[in-house]
Design a protein around this ligand. Structure first.
Ligand code: GRF
Length: 216
């Protein structure tokens, strides 16, 4: 059973996917706290529904960015969180939090990294004209979407796709691979070696999805 702390800024559909896997008894994890940086984040409603404790931390109340992350770090440590999940958290994580959770912060990005990091990964893919895109779960380091890759899933990009239609196709797979990455962590099967993530006792071919039907 791994103790999770989830950070979110908005809708929280990935947060919901993680809750659903836990509720279904398929993910040995407990969400100790949801922390949001936006008081209107819909993720809060989801936390309330499942009686998950939540906390709004207002970045404007802190004189520096580091002070904001020290506050988040302290809240997570006081709840003995073991793994931090960035579920649509729209900020770049800084040193105070990174140092407290080395290779223990996971993010999901809506593109096949290292392509299209940063904001609007789906729009970047459509604008560039790639034929395949997808999503990536990775550990977080000091860069923007640069940390060691845990799982990726690919989807086709069709000629008539818009940012929204592609985002929807990718999101279905996000909801599949994020809980899967957490499960691998919970089972103690992820070992980071340099920038590579080794999966111990690897049997499940699902760490590399290429079928868009998966996750529907
Ligand atoms: C997702 O597209 C995720 O890849 C990105 O932010 C979005 C969050 O969506 N990091 P949600 O809040 O989980 O619904």
């Amino acid at each position: 059973m791994v103790r999770l702390g989830v950070l979110a800024s908005g809708r929280g559909s990935n947060f919901q996917a993680i809750i659903d896997e836990i509720e279904a008894g398929k993910l040995p994890a407990k969400i100790e706290i949801l922390i949001v940086d936006n008081p209107n984040a819909y993720a809060i409603e989801r936390a309330k529904k499942y009686k998950i404790p939540y906390l709004y931390i207002n970045p404007k109340e802190y004189s520096t960015k580091d002070a904001f992350y020290e506050k988040i770090r302290d809240e997570l440590l006081s709840r003995r969180v073991e793994l931090v999940i960035l579920a649509g958290f729209m900020r770049i994580v800084r040193k105070p939090l990174l140092d407290a959770f080395p290779n223990r912060i996971m993010n999901i990005h809506p593109a096949l990294l290292p392509s299209f990091p940063g904001l609007h990964g789906q729009r970047q893919a459509v604008d560039y004209g790639v034929r395949i895109s997808g999503c990536t779960v990775h550990f977080v380091d000091e860069g923007v979407d640069t940390g060691p890759i845990i799982i990726q899933a690919a989807v086709p990009v069709y000629p008539d796709d818009t940012e929204d239609t592609l985002a929807e196709r990718i999101l279905r797979l996000e909801h599949k691979i994020f809980p899967e990455a957490i499960r691998l962590f919970a089972e103690g099967r992820l070992k980071v070696e340099g920038r590579k993530v080794k999966i111990l006792d690897y049997k499940n071919p699902d760490i590399c999805f290429t079928n868009p039907e998966i996750g529907k």
